[in-house]
Design a protein around this ligand. Structure first.
Ligand code: HEM
Length: 398
């Protein structure tokens, strides 16, 4: 039987919280679908939970530097693109494991517990400033964007006066409609700024991750530390910001669930996992290249072919999550794939979880009367113009 024509990665959403409807049909009828990639090549789209886990855990798949989106590949559709030193998200073992071991010590459960008082302080100060400004406000501008920015830039030792520049550059780099010239400015700003900071920390270390990587027990070269800094900013800032903004939107649209959470803080852990599953902001999935022929869901994938593993589709697989399109903070659930799976699984997951728990708890308890300040259908979402799904603004009142 001839294969159906390759399709373009689905991106159009009906409901702001649900992935494109096509995923449900694909998962049911064609769990391995032919996909037309932006560079003109053809790849495979993986939509079932078990297949997604198998693809991500398979040592014959590796992550290229590019991230496929429906219209483009970032940063460039170029197979020869060299991976910059330190950017281990696009490396295979043993290089990836060597870097990961060095960096993961800053993001352990223990480390997150140690910095919790500082995280609480950042969240508290941000909420106080927002309340001081007065209702209504844009929650993205006052809450969901600044908190993760402050956290990760402070951990990296980026001077306070430069933090909003980094935030702006990261947002530009992860927006799909940034023109080439501003994109170049943002990339140069990020890498140039980090290179300058690393040179300064080489001479005079501070109490931060970059200094520690330069002067620690396994000292790294300057360009490796720049690459790690860029990776942590690209991976840790917009992701957490979008989960906070979109998560707040989902809670406001599900008031009974928000009330349950207010009434019982013991629900926080499960609530954050369910929000991660339900919202899956890594909306275009994870890109992998097959290094050898392999088989997924009975389909042969040839060496060199590209796989797009849809975390959003896998996290709504009804075989694993009964009534998957319902937000249910009490759900007794299988581990979700919002942080990926396998050796590249999110290194900052613990930090992201703690940030979300503390931020949602503070928001719900300090502002029990929080509500949307506009009709829900006027909230602009980033389904087609950002790498990570989220809300552009979230006007709220109390
Ligand atoms: C809710 C927020 C977040 C989400 C949804 C998220 C999601 C993900 C996903 C899906 C991956 C796997 C990528 C792949 O396999 O190709 C990943 C990897 C990664 N994440 Fe996160 N992330 C979040 C927050 C963070 C934070 C706060 C940090 C650090 C500050 C971080 C650092 C990283 C790094 C360094 C990797 C690459 C790990 C490797 O390749 O070994 N992430 N993240």
């Amino acid at each position: 039987m001839p294969l159906p024509d390759p399709m373009i990665l689905p991106s159009r959403r009906g409901c702001p919280f649900d992935p494109p409807e096509e995923y449900a049909r694909l998962r049911e009828e064609r769990p391995m679908s032919r996909l037309r990639l932006p560079g003109g090549r053809v790849g495979w789209l993986v939509t079932r939970y078990e297949d997604a886990r198998a693809a991500l855990a398979d040592p014959r798949t590796s992550p290229p530097l590019i991230q496929v989106t429906p219209a483009t590949e970032l940063p460039l559709p170029d197979d020869e693109l060299a991976v910059p030193p330190g950017v281990f998200s696009a490396m295979d073992p043993p290089e990836q494991s060597r870097y990961r071991r060095l960096v993961s010590r800053y993001f352990t459960r223990k480390r997150c517990r140690e910095i919790t008082p500082r995280l609480e302080q950042i969240i508290d100060e941000q909420l106080t400033a927002m309340i001081g400004h007065g209702s209504p406000v844009d929650l993205v501008e006052w809450f969901s964007q600044p908190i993760p920015t402050l956290v990760i830039t402070e951990m990296l030792g980026i001077p306070a006066g430069q933090r909003s520049d980094y935030q702006r550059w990261i947002i530009a780099m992860l927006s799909l409609d940034t023109e080439p010239e501003p994109l170049r400015v943002a990339r140069d700003g990020l890498y140039g700024g980090l290179a300058e900071l690393v040179r300064a920390r080489r001479l005079e270390p501070g109490e931060d991750i970059l200094s520690d990587l330069l002067h620690g027990d396994t000292p790294l070269k300057d360009d490796e530390v720049v690459g790690i800094g860029a990776l942590l900013l690209i991976a840790g800032l917009e992701t957490t910001a979008n989960m906070l903004g979109l998560g707040a939107f989902a809670l406001l649209q599900n008031p009974a669930q928000a009330d349950a959470l207010r009434a019982d803080e013991a629900l926080l852990d499960d609530a954050v996992e369910e929000l991660l599953r339900y919202l899956t902001i890594v909306q275009f999935g994870l890109t992998r290249t097959a290094r050898a022929d392999l088989e997924i869901a009975g389909q042969t994938v040839r060496a060199g072919e590209t796989l797009i593993v849809s975390l959003a589709a896998a996290n709504r697989d009804p075989q694993v999550y009964p009534d998957p399109d319902r937000l249910d903070l009490l759900r007794d659930q299988a581990p979700h794939l919002a942080f990926g799976h396998g050796i590249h699984q999110c290194l900052g997951a613990q930090l992201a979880r703690v940030e979300m728990k503390l931020a949602f708890r503070a928001l719900l308890t300090r502002l029990p009367g929080l509500r949307l300040a506009v009709p829900a259908d006027q909230v602009r979402t980033a389904a087609e113009d950002k790498v990570f799904y989220g809300v552009h603004e979230l006007p709220v009142a109390w």
